[in-house]
Design a protein around this ligand. Structure first.
Ligand code: HMG
Ligand code: MG
Length: 297
């Protein structure tokens, strides 16, 4: 058994992008430095999107520039277009993520274009990224359900994932954006994706609206997936997916993995410190069941 599982911490991006209040720059920086100290291999710092669309993510490139950057950690920025990529390049960022969806309606609401137009936007980004030796991760949203179109065909998800692979993404994260999926539906979707994208290049990105995310991760592990995105304290959601709750809590994912014999290299005490910090800043309860139980001891 391959016993290492990579946990991609997305709380500073997917989490904070959905908070009602805009968190101060210094607090985002402190939070990110605590995440860096927690042993994650990959951390999403923020996104270089329009501040008119997502004001919470303003100054993400500056945040990247201000961060401590240990060599072994991949710190990335979400970039929807060339302008976002140029902002990431200007601060020396070496990994970015592009994002599209398997649903036309969601793509339109999220990035104001069709799925095909999103790929047209990505094309010059890949050319520029290559010149600067920047790695690109790809996201497919709505891999099971779309908030506007309902159930999404697994074949469509697989075809968008394959298109991202062919463009040059080193990893494709499958976004269960609204957290409605159950394990059997996740399995059906993954089986289609594995047909066209090597499983080592796929990641699971589960939101936890219906409390199914841990079960969905277990099902994905059973199929051989070894990369999962999650947010400390279960922060997050998507501004363009009304009602979607946060990402699965990182603390619960780490508990599942370590209890199942997987290694994550994450320092649990440091991770808990990062969660305590951001929940106190946001004045909200930590959504992790592990933290609720552990904290009560
Ligand atoms: P648009 O209005 O179609 O773009 O937005 P535009 O090119 O016409 O530009 C409009 C204005 O935005 C211009 O400014 C541009 O300069 C500016 P103005 O002249 O009006 O002052 N602009 C930018 N500013 C900063 N950075 C940029 C940038 N690009 C244009 N990169 C755009 C298109 C994509 C920009 C817009 O729709 C946008 O920013 N959307 C944000 C979407 C977003 O952040 N969604 C959440 C992240 S995705 C997610 O959460 C899902 C995921 O977690 C997986 C899952 O769970 O499924 C990844
Ligand atoms: Mg998400």
């Amino acid at each position: 058994m391959n016993d290492f599982v990579k946990v991609v911490e997305v709380g500073a991006r997917d989490g904070l992008q959905n908070e009602k209040s805009v968190i101060e720059f210094a607090q985002r920086l402190t939070f990110l430095n605590l995440l860096v100290d927690s042993g994650f291999q990959s951390i999403e710092v923020g996104s270089c999107v329009s501040p008119r669309w997502v004001p919470q993510m303003d100054k993400s490139a500056e945040l990247y520039a201000a961060l401590a950057k240990p060599e072994q950690i991949s710190l990335s920025l979400l970039t929807p277009n060339l302008k976002g990529l140029e902002a990431a390049i200007a601060v020396g960022c070496k990994e970015v993520a592009v994002f599209t969806a398997a649903s036309e309606a969601f793509t339109q609401k999220n990035i104001n274009c069709s799925i095909q137009q999103s790929f047209d936007r990505f094309q010059p980004m890949f050319e520029l990224a290559k010149q600067h030796e920047i790695k690109i991760r790809g996201y497919v949203s709505c891999v099971v359900d779309c908030p506007y179109e309902g159930a999404v065909a697994a074949q469509k998800v697989a075809s968008v994932a394959k298109q991202l692979l062919d463009l040059g993404c080193y990893e494709i994260s499958l976004g269960e954006t609204i957290g409605t999926a159950s394990p059997i539906r996740v399995r059906k979707m993954l089986e289609q994706c594995i047909e066209v994208v090597p499983i080592e290049q796929l990641a699971g990105h589960f939101h936890d609206t219906y409390g199914m995310a841990i079960a969905n991760i277990q099902e994905s592990l059973n199929l051989g997936l070894r990369v999962f995105d999650s947010s400390i304290a279960g922060l997050g959601g998507c501004p363009y997916a009304k009602g979607a709750s946060g990402n699965v809590a990182t603390e619960d994912v780490v508990y599942l993995l370590e209890q199942s014999g997987f290694n994550t290299d994450i320092d649990v005490a440091a991770m808990l410190k990062a969660g305590a910090y951001i929940t106190s800043v946001l004045q909200r309860e930590n959504q992790s069941n592990f933290v609720k139980a552990y904290g009560a001891k």
